[in-house]
Design a binder for this molecule. Structure first.
Ligand SMILES: Nc1nc2c(ncn2[C@@H]2O[C@H](COP(=O)(O)OP(=O)(O)OP(=O)(O)O)[C@@H](O)[C@H]2O)c(=O)[nH]1
Ligand SMILES: [Mg+2]
Length: 614
């Protein structure tokens, strides 16, 4: 089985040859398409997000993997801004702010040693409302391999942050969900793992800090059982950043082995990266296959006419019919376009209904909690519970919306190819299988060709971008008024009158708390609902553009077929045979290229020399 590098070289050679053929056939559009696909072969970056609950050792893990103390680590102060760490000859750091409605993000270079001041809770609020993330470059060996890590704020502390973290998952190539060995996986962690696995196809659960617990093996065993009971199928690996650090200081190979960091590094490099690159090459192979098919179509028409000029009117008539079918595909009345419009409409209302349903339920439970306690005393607990529950509801809604959008894209693709049957021979509709792979709010900038999934990702950036948190926090801040009303009054007034008054005041506090909860729920429904509507409308645009472009490409290919068929029929008989032989040779070459691309699609990813996953 060829390694990724060998496969990339072969694929590049196929693409270059195909590009020449496309140019020779006068198809600049197809030549450009091939060139774009080929550029993806040079993209060696593999994006890995590191996520998990608060203080599980995410930043420490990133630092250990990249062998440098880039991400701030602290017992108390939490990471608050996602940080992307990628290879660079020089160490550098920058803060990137994406403002809503602005196409260009604002980039500010900062001193890498002062990153802590910008990406932790220590940072002062800039007052800017937008997506903020940091980018660091480092000359680290693992990063030189193309791995890019993203350290993220912990889930479960800073209220609705989880929804921001979830949006990072669909566009990442892989995710490491970190949980430490001090306790077994909790329910919120399991819920988060389940959501992660639904949004990202390569999730690994990392049990960190195994040095802290003699019994870490039984914790890991329990974690594996929890995962299997919850039907979450992700590999589990263990690490200790601390043991790794000691091993480096003492030059102790046994300790180093025990830290299991090298095993993780090897797994990321030899399994995860290899699979991701193989998948990317597969996308290029599908592009080559599709372009070969389009070019072969005109060649076949020409050969048919050259072989039997009397069949020319018939062939041209068929081609014209197919051209009309392709033309119809670009019209708004085409069935796939209807499927898309109706599907998006239904999705918008279903998602909103689901969101309303989930959030109203949270509101009802909160009101029960309020009715059963004195909000003056329990408000902080209720607030924390509320933030968690709203977050959970919004996250579940997000995951569900994501899955439904992917399904819709598949149905639209099916209808498109059914509608186009007469026009589209055996064209593979690349990208639609993994369409909508990403709904995210941070763009991992990638070189080369944008797949449909990536286009969607960029189109959708900005969704759920912490707006919920903003809304939530301001509403919660407004709840200060629920705090116990001055006790001073109670101190002077005594006895029965005071107790009566106290009851009344308790009622009043409860009412105020309930009103505040309702306001918060309404706010969340409004904000999240608006974002998901916008997101769906962007999905609609991206899908429509994708398929209309495909239909137009087919139309151009058919027009070209008609042209060469007519030209072939007009050739004097003496030249006809010569041209027929030439066209047959060209077709043969195209079919050989196509067969090679298809062969690649049947190959599994190259197996690493050594399996590192435990
Ligand atoms: N013993 C031990 N402690 C660790 C290990 N990894 C991290 N820690 C400690 O755990 C604490 C939290 O580590 P961080 O890396 O800041 O955790 P985090 O997940 O990034 O935290 P937030 O970003 O704030 O959510 C720090 O005190 C680390 O020193 C480990 O492998 N062993
Ligand atoms: Mg951190």
């Amino acid at each position: 089985m060829p390694s990724n590098a060998v496969a990339a070289e072969r694929m590049a050679a196929l693409a270059d040859r195909l590009r020449q053929i496309a140019l020779r056939s006068g198809r600049q559009d197809l030549a450009d398409r091939v060139a774009e696909a080929r550029a993806a072969l040079d993209d060696a970056e593999v994006q890995i997000v590191v996520v998990g609950q608060f203080k599980q050792g995410k930043s420490t893990l990133v630092n250990t993997l990249v062998s440098a103390p880039v991400c701030p680590v602290d017992d108390v102060i939490a990471t608050s801004v996602p940080t992307v760490v990628r290879w660079g000859e020089q160490t550098s750091a920058a803060l990137i702010t994406e403002l809503a409605g602005e196409s260009q993000p604002i980039r500010a270079e900062i001193d890498p040693r002062r990153l802590r001041e910008h990406v932790t809770e220590m940072s002062s609020d800039t007052g800017i409302f937008g997506n903020l993330h940091a980018e660091v470059t480092l000359p680290s060996p693992l990063l030189a391999e193309g791995l890019v890590f993203m350290d993220t704020p912990g889930v479960g502390r800073a209220q609705a942050r989880v929804s921001t973290n979830l949006t990072l998952l669909p566009q990442a190539d892989a995710a490491l969900v970190v949980t430490d060995a001090t306790q077994e996986l909790t329910d919120p962690e399991l819920a988060f793992l389940r959501q992660s696995a639904a949004l990202c196809s390569r999730v690994t659960c990392i049990v960190s800090k195994i040095d802290l617990h003699h019994q870490w093996r039984s914790i890991v065993q329990a974690d594996v059982e929890h995962l299997s009971a919850a039907d979450i199928d992700v590999p589990v690996m263990v690490t200790s950043a601390l043991l790794h650090e000691y091993a480096l200081m003492d030059g102790d190979p046994t300790l180093r082995e025990e830290s299991r960091i090298d095993a993780l590094t090897g797994y990321l490099r030899d399994v995860v990266k290899v699979e991701v690159i193989h998948e990317r090459q597969g996308a290029v192979a599908r592009e080559i296959d599709a372009v070969c098919e389009l070019i072969a179509m005109s060649m076949q028409a020409e050969i048919g006419v050259l072989d039997d000029p009397s069949s020319s009117p018939e062939i041209v008539r068929d081609l014209k019919q197919a051209e009309e079918t392709a033309e119809n595909l670009t019209r708004r009345s085409a069935r796939w376009q209807q499927t898309l419009s109706d599907g998006i409409g239904d999705l918008i209302s279903d998602i909103e209904f689901d969101l309303r349903d989930r959030l109203r339920e949270v509101g009802r439970e909160a009101e029960q909690l309020i009715a059963a306690s004195d909000p003056g005393k329990s408000w902080e607990d209720i607030g924390a519970w509320l933030a968690d529950s709203v977050t959970q509801a919004v996250s579940d809604n997000f995951v569900w919306a994501h899955e439904r959008s992917v399904h819709l894209a598949e149905v639209v693709a099916q209808h498109f190819s059914l509608d186009g049957r007469a026009a589209i021979p055996t064209l593979s509709l690349d990208g639609t299988d993994q369409a909508l792979r990403a709904i995210g709010d941070l763009e991992f900038v990638q070189a080369g060709k944008l797949s449909l999934g990536q286009k969607v990702m960029i189109g959708l950036r900005g969704s759920y971008s912490g707006i919920l948190m903003f809304g939530l926090m301001t509403t919660l801040a407004g709840l200060a008024l629920v705090n116990p009303i001055s006790l001073a009054a109670g101190l002077i007034v005594g006895g029965f009158a005071y107790r009566q008054d106290a009851l009344q005041r308790l009622d009043q506090r409860r009412n105020e708390a309930k009103t505040a909860v309702r306001k918060l729920i309404d706010e969340a429904i409004f904000q999240v609902g608006k974002e998901s509507r916008d997101r769906m409308n962007r999905i609609r645009r991206v899908l429509r553009d994708h398929f209309v472009t495909t239909a137009e490409e087919v139309k151009r290919s058919l027009a070209e077929s008609i042209r060469v068929a007519q030209q072939g029929a007009a050739l004097p008989p003496t030249q006809r045979d010569e041209r027929a032989a030439q066209a047959a040779a060209e077709l043969q070459e195209i079919r050989t290229l196509q067969a090679r691309a298809r062969e690649f699609l049947l190959l599994p990813a190259p197996i690493p020399q050594e399996q590192h996953a435990s």
